[in-house]
Ligand binder design. Sequence first.
Ligand code: KIV
Ligand code: NA
Length: 266
Amino acid sequence: RAPITVPALRQMKQRGERIAALTAYDASFARAMDHAGIDAVLVGDSLGMVVQGGANTVSVTLEDMVYHSRCVAKGLRSALLIADMPFQTYAGPERALDAATALLAEGLASMVKLEGAGIVLDAIGYLSEREIPVCAHLGLTPQSVLKLGGFRVQGRDADAAKALLAQARAVEAAGAQLLVLECVPSTLAADITGAVGIPTIGIGAGPDCDGQILVCHDALGINSGHRRPRFVKDFLKGRDSVEAAFRAYVDEVKSGAFPAPEHGYA
Ligand code: KIV
Ligand code: NA
């Protein structure tokens, strides 16, 4: 397989090929995903929960992200490596540029992801103008958990849905080249996917996004004591290896079998 580039993801959207993504935190899992045909691997700050055992993602540091990104990069040949920008590392464009540069130069990522629109649009624009590929993340933004008071579905009433659609257009206009939609109603995610030219990657956002992502542990049925959200599916169930599970995930995302309507929110 040829290495997946950022423009290649947009071409996949244009020809209607779904993008299969998973999170990874180390070289071995990254290698298994790469062999299984995963298009993009995210070093998510979810590592604060699934690797470090924390209650949320707020305590993850840039150093943590650089370390895990470097580990994951060692396992990849083709899949695109995206690294999360940790809490407050993009509070201001200059700070964002320093953090993103570290993730690209030291962590070997090809794209960085940051959460939100609004005040974050400045950082998205600043990075994009300086040749750093940016993935935006809207809907449920886990770094907002302390203000939100918990992890719950976003964009459920008409006003919130309108606001989310406007945010999606704004992050694209600011220069984002990819958009993660987390825990939003399936119909809203479909509307956003149709309204923007950049690919959308859903998690708890129904079957009509341009691609899908799951936390690796969730895709393998490893539950760290949290209640299992409805969008999660255990791909290891009934299979005899982790790589077979990742292959099944890729197949089901590409064919549209996953996510099914029951994995989404009304
Ligand atoms: O940190 C993470 O794993 C993420 C994905 C769930 C999109 O941001
Ligand atoms: Na994240």
